[in-house]
Design a protein around this ligand. Structure first.
Ligand SMILES: [Zn+2]
Length: 332
């Protein structure tokens, strides 16, 4: 360890993942198994209480892991915490597996996967696990159907409201910190000047004028790229992206940033990156992007209908902002 180590600075938004976690995991039921059920589960895995170990690699087990992930891409999958969806696991396997499909992961070269670790009896373990799934058939529910759309949306709206409040609190906190630092005599390092380009991701800063939706709409209308009444959001995304690219309105830096999940989430509210030079897939091999590239970029195909009321205004605002900054940059 070096002599000096700076404590990690705290950010309000740094707590956002635990909020997400509590909203997603907080609604998933945990069903305590009976002693009999535990014995039964172990026996199908070829173990007993004395020989119980990680079902994936055979190391000593430290926890029970969800065989089918209960969360994927910040959304509940419909599986719940019940013994029929749990197997004993070591923490290394649990971490390495994450939300991946266990059958793909176990034979993958992922760091610390059973195959990477050279687990000797892998095929035997896989067939035990398959038998486990066949014997107990972990249940999968449609939570939205159970709760009804209204209650379900209320939950996610609450979530969005809290995250939005945190964003606002973050910018106030940044402002305060900046003033205090100036007061202690440390000038805040200015980022290289970028005169004509306001980063879309920084629009929560209270000091920046935030154009109203009417201004956005007027600009989109005037530029001939307003969303048509009967047009789907997906179609509008494709059409407006082509429009922006054709006019060179999107700065390179923005294109780079939008291939980042967190940045995209902040700017567009999507739960994935907006674009990438290469097509990308989820852990089950399903494409997360539309099949054909647009101006050399694959675009995210995951536009969650339930979140349109959040995503659509954000997207329109982003398009307007790209036109605004693009026009200024092109003129300069
Ligand atoms: Zn293991």
């Amino acid at each position: 360890m070096p002599v000096f180590k700076m404590p990690v600075p705290v950010k309000i938004m740094g707590r956002s993942s635990s909020i997400t976690n509590s909203f997603v995991n907080g609604i998933i039921p945990c069903i305590e198994p009976t002693e009999n059920e535990i014995d039964e589960a172990l026996s199908v895995l070829g173990m007993n209480r004395e020989t119980a170990c990680c079902a994936y690699c055979g190391s000593p087990h430290t926890e029970w892991d969800h065989l089918n992930p209960i969360v994927d891409d910040k959304q509940p999958t419909g599986y719940i915490s019940e013994i029929h969806n749990l197997v004993p696991a070591c923490s290394k396997c649990n971490q390495s597996k994450g939300n991946k499909d266990w059958k793909t992961w176990i034979y993958s070269d992922a760091q610390l996967s059973p195959k990477s670790k050279g687990t000797p009896d892998l095929d035997e373990r896989v067939s035990r696990l398959k038998e486990y799934e066949a014997t107990f058939e972990p249940r999968k529910f449609n939570f939205e159907e159970i709760t009804g759309v209204e209650l379900w949306s209320k939950h996610w709206d609450n979530y969005e409201r809290i995250i939005d409040a945190m964003r606002l609190a973050q910018s106030t906190s940044d402002e305060i910190k900046k003033l205090i630092m100036e007061n202690v005599g440390i000038s805040v390092q200015r980022k290289p000047k970028q005169p004509n380009y306001v980063r879309a991701g920084n629009t929560n800063n209270q000091n920046e004028s935030f154009p109203s939706n009417t201004e956005d709409e007027a600009l989109l209308e005037e530029s001939g790229i307003a969303k048509r009444d009967n047009e789907t959001l997906q179609h509008y995304v494709q059409r407006s992206f082509c429009f922006l690219m054709k006019n060179s309105y999107i700065p390179d830096r923005e294109l780079r940033d939008l291939s980042d999940k967190e940045y995209t989430n902040r700017v567009l509210g999507l739960n994935d990156r907006f674009l990438s030079r290469e097509r990308w897939f989820d852990s089950s091999g399903n494409s997360r992007a539309w099949k054909d590239p647009y101006h050399g970029y694959y675009l995210c195909s995951e536009w969650n209908k339930r979140r349109f009321h959040i995503i659509e205004p954000k997207y329109r605002h982003w398009v307007a902002q790209m036109i605004r900054t693009g026009k200024m940059t092109n003129r300069a």
